[in-house]
Design a protein around this ligand. Structure first.
Ligand code: AKG
Length: 239
């Protein structure tokens, strides 16, 4: 009788353990929208700044016919050594997130300007909460501040602890001006950088206060199957 009882107790605890393992595994595997948010700092040469003559219109045209954001691309050979070294430092993290043979796109520098109050409701340069869905939601960007950036300069803003199982419908629709969850802003010193999952984590551009602007550099990383960019192995083996 005692042996039967202990056998039944054993079966019961085995069933409980299997149920626990099953619940745990489904929780882990349903996480599809992983967040990466790693702050750092890179050394920038003094000459690495936003060059106005190179800049082209970026974003949407405002009702007054103007663009309030300007950009240009930078090829690998033009990037400061400090940024290339930072990418080398983060290479293993990026490989874990996007897979070996991930691709590196061209660099991008842009300047967001203050928007006149009458156009504040227009999305002119990604000021609404959004995900960067490109081929899918798997992509990362390294952002680098090009000048000391305060709240007044319209810093990049992101959700701090997003739901990694589900996307937010209002963010997907890009109609959302207030996510109602904890957020943080990328303020800091020139050279401060941030490796961030732009595909899977809600983020938006801030709007600079009147008379101010915000300059930033970014470079994006994509999985090999997207065919966006150049082989990371090839670029990282160059100087
Ligand atoms: O300019 C920024 O701070 C954010 C830009 C952005 O979210 C985007 O281009 O998708």
């Amino acid at each position: 009788m005692a042996a039967l009882k202990s056998h039944l107790v054993g079966i019961r605890s085995r069933i409980l353990e299997l149920a626990y393992r099953f619940a745990h595994a489904s929780k882990v595997f349903s996480r599809r929208f992983f967040t990466l948010a790693i702050p750092g700092h890179v050394q920038l040469d003094e000459s690495f700044v936003f060059e106005v003559p190179r800049a082209k219109d970026r974003g949407a045209k405002a009702p007054d016919g103007k663009y309030y954001s300007k950009y240009y691309n930078l090829q690998w050979k033009e990037l400061p050594v400090g940024i290339k070294d930072a990418i080398r430092k983060y290479d293993s993290v990026i490989r874990m997130y996007l897979g070996d043979d991930y691709l590196i796109n061209d660099g991008l520098i842009w300047r967001n300007m203050s928007i006149p109050p009458e156009f504040k409701g227009n999305e002119l340069f990604s000021q609404h909460w959004h995900y960067d869905k490109v081929v899918d939601f798997r992509n990362i960007q390294l952002f680098v501040l090009l000048h000391d950036t305060t709240e007044d300069d319209g810093p990049f803003e992101y959700v701090v602890e997003p739901d990694e199982h589900n996307l937010m419908p209002s963010v997907l629709k890009r109609t959302n001006m207030d996510v109602g969850v904890k957020t943080a802003k990328l303020t800091g010193k020139r050279g401060d950088c941030f490796l961030f999952s732009t595909g899977s984590t809600p983020h938006r551009a801030g709007v600079p206060a009147e008379g101010r602007h915000r300059d930033i550099f970014s470079i994006a990383f994509f999985p090999a199957y997207t065919k966006i960019g150049t082989s990371s192995k090839a670029l990282l083996s160059q100087s």
